[in-house]
Design a protein around this ligand. Structure first.
Ligand code: BYC
Length: 470
């Protein structure tokens, strides 16, 4: 394991200085990345000092440094978690064999595909969020947005490193294409559906970081199990940064919920819009949207791709080693949902084929935890948020061509159409939420639709000037 070289043009702990070809290749990718960042990263404040966390090490303690940085000067580095001694493949046909430090020829294209799909989401989210800095509800929030953005940029670097280092010319071409596809582009869109949806307002941003970044947590945790050790170590370190992104989502929605509950109590009404709050029904519609598009990110309920990845040792399950089974799944079965004879049912399939569904189940259980917390805030005012049925508003898998209500009823077209305005954000909701999006840039002040956070960042007070000169 190389030590951390922070003085290099590209900070890294992968011994870049010892591999001149790779170093030159990545150094020639750097200006293209910076062009992309300037063109499609945050629309404003690029030249302002932002109080940011920069990864500087991979150890248990002191892995990051906080200071004011102009975003284009952020040190996007390449960091892999420390290599474990004698790590063994934890699942699949080759369970128990030593992990790989190079890519086996027979798994080259599958691994490349996984890296490209993962890598594609990172810049996509930066593109989706680029205008939000114009309407940040506080400097604290603006700083968190930028933190998320620069780290998604670093996660792109993580995948680009692996593509350049292990996949030769194909890898370099793929790395270039990661900067050429763009979120929502009609001709050259991002690969996965949710990453082509706009993130036009901060309510969407909080729900996106809660639900969609959480897909990232589960996918990265599955890739961390990979027999391809450099990928495993990369994902391990990415997950450290990812935790903050979900914190932004969980506390962001939590703060909106808190403000809504305060206004409901104060004015003794559910209709808090006239008082500048976001009513629970609107929150529920945004939640329904972001949850359902995030469920699609796990793919179809049964997938030969997923079965092959697992058998080959490329992608495991969430917390693979904590599971009490044979980690091969050769004889195991489970049920997956189906829609047949105009009813939602279940069918038994080999567990190996249903790994996307297993990961989706784990994800849903994790999503539910945030709702429990938010509902503790809402309970005293007699309100509640719920996760919609897994079949609601789905574009992938068994429910794709069916209409399912949030409470899990299969609906004919006309009933679905009639229900949509109460289940998914309407143009009027979007216009109302947009009307609340007025920037607040005075340190310590918050927009009226969201409660202040309970603490600031890295021990700083809430009224700290997190973005200077904004
Ligand atoms: N939209 O066999 P299936 C993150 C494609 S988020 C469009 O079920 P598979 C982050 C699929 O690719 C984490 N297409 O698929 C969060 C396949 O196409 P091909 C990102 C979709 O392969 C916030 C076809 O449909 N990482 O990090 O079993 C901010 C058949 O489907 C979608 C990963 O996803 C969709 N939603 O599973 C920033 C991990 N879903 O191959 C970052 C790597 C599926 O027939 N990716 N398709 O052309 C994977 O493990 C798998 O590719 C998937 C799909 C789980 C995504």
């Amino acid at each position: 394991m190389s030590s951390v070289d922070l003085a290099a043009r590209i900070p890294n702990n992968v011994g870049l200085a010892d591999d001149r070809r790779l170093q030159r290749a990545l150094e020639s990718w750097l200006p293209r990345y910076l062009d992309w960042w300037r063109e499609l990263g945050p629309v404003e404040h690029q030249d302002h000092d932002v109080f940011l966390r920069t990864a500087t090490d991979v150890g248990q303690e002191g892995w990051a440094h906080f200071d004011y940085v102009r975003m284009p000067d952020y040190r996007w580095g390449i960091f892999l978690a420390e290599q474990a001694d004698d790590r063994r493949i934890a699942f699949g046909d080759r369970r128990g064999e030593p992990v790989w430090q190079e890519v086996p020829g027979e798994h080259r294209s599958e691994l490349r595909r996984l890296l490209v799909v993962q890598g594609d989401t990172e810049p996509a989210s930066v593109e989706q969020q680029r205008s939000l800095c114009r309407t940040a509800p506080s400097l604290y929030d603006m700083r968190n947005l930028f933190q998320v953005n620069v780290e998604e940029g670093r996660h792109l670097w993580a995948m680009v490193y692996l593509l350049h280092r292990y996949f030769g010319r194909d890898g370099r071409d793929e790395a270039d294409e990661l900067l050429e596809r763009h979120s929502g582009d009609v001709d050259n869109p991002r690969i996965l559906g949710a990453f082509n949806e706009p993130t036009p307002d901060w309510l969407s941003f909080y729900f996106f970081t809660y639900f969609t970044d959480r897909d990232g947590k589960f996918q990265l945790a599955s890739l961390r199990e990979s027999a391809f050790d450099p990928l495993s170590r990369t994902c391990d370190f990415m997950l450290k940064e990812e935790a903050h992104h979900m914190f932004v989502g969980a506390t962001g929605v939590g703060r909106v919920v808190q403000r809504t509950a305060e206004l409901m109590r104060e004015h003794d009404t559910d209709d808090v819009r006239p008082f500048g709050g976001i009513d629970v029904a609107t929150l529920q519609r945004y939640l329904n949207f972001h949850f359902s598009v995030s469920l699609d990110l796990f793919g179809a309920e049964t997938s030969t791709n997923a079965a092959n990845y697992f058998a080959a040792g490329l992608k495991g399950r969430f917390q693979e080693e904590r599971r009490a089974d044979d980690h091969r799944l050769l004889d195991a079965t489970r049920t997956v949902p189906t829609v047949a004879d105009e009813a939602i049912g279940a069918r038994e399939v080999p567990s190996l084929a249903a790994l996307n569904e297993t990961l989706r189940d784990d994800y849903i259980a994790d999503c539910a935890k945030g709702l429990e917390r938010w509902n503790r805030t809402l309970a005293p005012v007699g309100a509640e948020l719920r996760l919609p049925h897994v079949g609601f508003h789905r574009a992938m898998g068994a429910f794709r061509d069916h209409h399912v209500s949030p409470d899990g009823r299969l609906l004919p077209e006309d009933e679905w159409a009639a229900g949509v305005p109460s289940w998914l954000p309407t143009p009027a909701d979007e216009a109302f939420v947009a009307s609340l999006m007025r920037p607040v840039t005075e340190p310590g002040r918050m927009a009226g639709w969201v409660a202040p956070p309970s603490v600031g960042i890295n021990g700083k007070p809430i009224e700290y000037e997190y973005v200077r000169g904004a």
